[in-house]
Design a protein around this ligand. Structure first.
Ligand SMILES: Nc1ncnc2c1ncn2[C@@H]1O[C@H](COP(=O)(O)OP(=O)(O)OP(=O)(O)O)[C@@H](O)[C@H]1O
Ligand SMILES: [Mg+2]
Length: 350
C-alpha cells in the first residue's frame, strides 16, 4: 500500500575468511547502531584458500558452530566476496536517468568486463553526478557467477538465506563511513589485511576513488613463523596473537615477520603507485588498517615504514553501542579490527 520499502530493524552478516568466520548482527536505532550479536570462529587453514572454498564441509561446520554459539535463531545473513573472482571498475557517462541510464551503464559494462557477461553477476552504483558537466560517475562490480554460486550454495547448505551479496572492499568502506568522518582534504587508503587477500580502498575528495585486492596477507607470515620457530598450528597462532611474548625472542620474531611480509608490502606498494598514477596525485596522506593483519605484531609498523605513510588502526566499533559481554572471552577493544567487513555488511540496508 505504501510506496516505500520497510527498513529491516536488524541485519546479520557473515564474513567468511580463510582464517576465521566472523559474525555480526546490528540493530538499527534512531541515532545509529547497536550490536545485537557477534562472534569469531577459526576455520582450518586449508579449507578456504585465496577465497576458493576447498573443503565445504569444514566451512559449513565452522559457520554452523559459530551461529549456534552466538545467534542460533538467525536465518538471513549478508555476505561478501572478494579476490580474483571480483572486479570493480569506474567510468563516466553522460548524465541520464531511469531506463536510459540503465541501458547506457549496461552497454558500457559489457564493453569493460573481462569476463563474459553471461558468466557474471553485475551490480552498479552511481557514485557522483556532476550537474555542470552533465556527467555521472558509475561504479561497476562484476563477480564470476560460478564463484558467487559456490558461496550461495554453501550458505544454503548451512541453513541460511542471503538477501544481499557485497564485496569485502565495499564493506570495509561502509564500516569506515559509519564510524569516521571522511576528511575531504586527505587522500586516505583503507587497508584490510586478511589471511590471503588484502583489500585496499582509496578515498579522495571525500569520497570513494577506487579499490584493489592484493593477493597476499597473513598466511605467508603464519607459514614462515611456523617453519622458523618449529611450531605446530596452535602454537604458531598463539605467537601471532602475542600470547607467548615471554618465551619468544622478539627480535627474531620481528625480523621473521618483516621478511615474511615482503610479498604483501610489495603488493601494497604496487597498488599505491597504480593509484597515484590513476588519481594524478603525489601522495596518500593516511592509511587506516583493519583486518587480522592490523593485529599481527610489528606488521603495522612495517607497513608504515615501507609505504612511508602514517597509519591508524581502525576501530569498526567506534560508533556502535555494545555490551562487552556479547564477546564472551574476547576483548572487543583488542579484536575490533577483525570486524571491519562484518560491521560494514551488517550496516547495509537490505
Ligand atoms: N588476535 C590476533 N592477533 C594477531 N593476529 C591475528 C589475530 N587474529 C587474527 N590474526 C591474524 O590475522 C590474519 C587473518 O586476518 P583476517 O581474519 O582478517 O583474515 P580472513 O578474513 O580470515 O582471511 P581472508 O579475508 O584473506 O580470506 C591471520 O594472519 C591471523 O594470524
Ligand atoms: Mg577477510
Amino acid at each position: 500500500m505504501f510506496p516505500f520499502k520497510r527498513r529491516a530493524k536488524t541485519v546479520a552478516a557473515l564474513d567468511i575468511g580463510a582464517s576465521s568466520v566472523k559474525y555480526v548482527r546490528l540493530d538499527r536505532k534512531a541515532d545509529g547502531y547497536a550490536l545485537a550479536a557477534a562472534g569469531i570462529r577459526e576455520v582450518p587453514i586449508e579449507s578456504i584458500v585465496s577465497k576458493e572454498i576447498k573443503d565445504r564441509d569444514s566451512v559449513i561446520f565452522s559457520v554452523q558452530g559459530l551461529l549456534d554459539q552466538c545467534d542460533p535463531r538467525t536465518t538471513d545473513v549478508v555476505v561478501s566476496v572478494a579476490g580474483h573472482g571480483v572486479i570493480t571498475d569506474k567510468f563516466e557517462i553522460d548524465k541520464k536517468s531511469g531506463a536510459e541510464a540503465e541501458q547506457a551503464i549496461l552497454f558500457e559494462a559489457e564493453q569493460r568486463s573481462p569476463f563474459d557477461v553471461d558468466d557474471v553477476s553485475m551490480d552498479y552504483h552511481v557514485i557522483h553526478t556532476d550537474d555542470d558537466a552533465r556527467k555521472m560517475e558509475v561504479l561497476l562490480v562484476a563477480a564470476r557467477r560460478e564463484y558467487v554460486l559456490e558461496y550461495l550454495n554453501l550458505l544454503e547448505d548451512s541453513g541460511l538465506h542471503t538477501p544481499l551479496i557485497d564485496t569485502d572492499a565495499f564493506a570495509v568502506l561502509n564500516s569506515y563511513e559509519i564510524n569516521y568522518d571522511i576528511d575531504p582534504e586527505r587522500v586516505t587508503a583503507l587497508v584490510n589485511i586478511g589471511f590471503d587477500t588484502t583489500n585496499v580502498v582509496f578515498l579522495k575528495d571525500g569520497r570513494f576513488h577506487s579499490t584493489r585486492d592484493v593477493s597476499a596477507g597473513g598466511r605467508v607470515i603464519y607459514e614462515v613463523i611456523q617453519r622458523e620457530f618449529r611450531l605446530n598450528q596452535e602454537m604458531t597462532m598463539k605467537v601471532i596473537r602475542g600470547e607467548l611474548e615471554a618465551s619468544v625472542d622478539q627480535d627474531m620474531l620481528k625480523a621473521t615477520i618483516m621478511s615474511a611480509a615482503d610479498e604483501l608490502l610489495t603488493g601494497l606498494e604496487l597498488a599505491f603507485s597504480y593509484f597515484r598514477t590513476l588519481a594524478k596525485t603525489d601522495s596518500v596522506d593516511w592509511i587506516v588498517l583493519s583486518g587480522g593483519g592490523a593485529l599481527i605484531p610489528y606488521l603495522p609498523e612495517c607497513v608504515q615504514t615501507k609505504l612511508n605513510v602514517p597509519i591508524e588502526i581502525a576501530n569498526p566499533l567506534r560508533n556502535i553501542e555494545y555490551d562487552p559481554e556479547l564477546f564472551g572471552d574476547l576483548q572487543p577493544e583488542k579484536i575490533a579490527p577483525l570486524l571491519a567487513v562484518g560491521v560494514g555488511l551488517a550496516a547495509r540496508e537490505v
